[in-house]
Design a protein around this ligand. Structure first.
Ligand SMILES: [Fe+2]
Length: 148
């Protein structure tokens, strides 16, 4: 329930990840932002995010590309095998093509579409294709892997 423009604006705002998506499960209780505990500025288990946006190419100036890196820490120490890389291409407000890499866990593609159904009502669909074990994908998806 939002304007279609708010969804890509959220994705463009990389800075919010280290605030609203810092806490890692089970602290966040999933991707529900309402249940995210922001009272502890240094939770024991954290996601650490870093990324940038750039224009895809001279020929494709209408496409933005985000390069996003993430890893987890416990009490400030980096946790091995938790690194992930994401490359996301934003094609207008309604299409996002993402390629993610969880290292030894596998790789995958996410195709996101946003379809307006009413003025402030969007239907967002995610199609995930991956060689990562299904339970691992479901865990990250349920825990905010969609990063909305
Ligand atoms: Fe977010």
């Amino acid at each position: 329930m939002c304007h279609i423009q708010e969804i890509p604006e959220n994705g463009a705002d990389i800075a919010h990840l280290n605030y609203l998506h810092k806490s890692a499960p089970p602290i966040t209780k999933g991707s529900d932002i309402i249940k995210t505990d922001l009272s502890d500025p240094q939770p024991a288990v954290q996601h650490v995010w870093d990324g940038k946006w750039e224009v895809k190419s001279e020929e494709d100036k209408h496409c933005g590309v985000m390069h996003l890196n993430q890893y987890m820490t416990i009490w400030g120490y980096r946790v091995p095998l938790t690194s992930s890389k994401l490359i996301a291409e934003q094609h207008g407000p309604g299409i996002v093509h993402m390629i993610f890499d969880f290292g030894m866990w596998g790789k995958g593609v996410v195709f996101q579409t946003v379809t307006p159904e009413e003025a402030l009502l969007q239907r967002v669909r995610f199609r995930i294709f991956s060689n990562i074990p299904w339970f691992f994908v479901k865990f990250f998806y349920d825990c905010g892997g969609n990063a909305i």
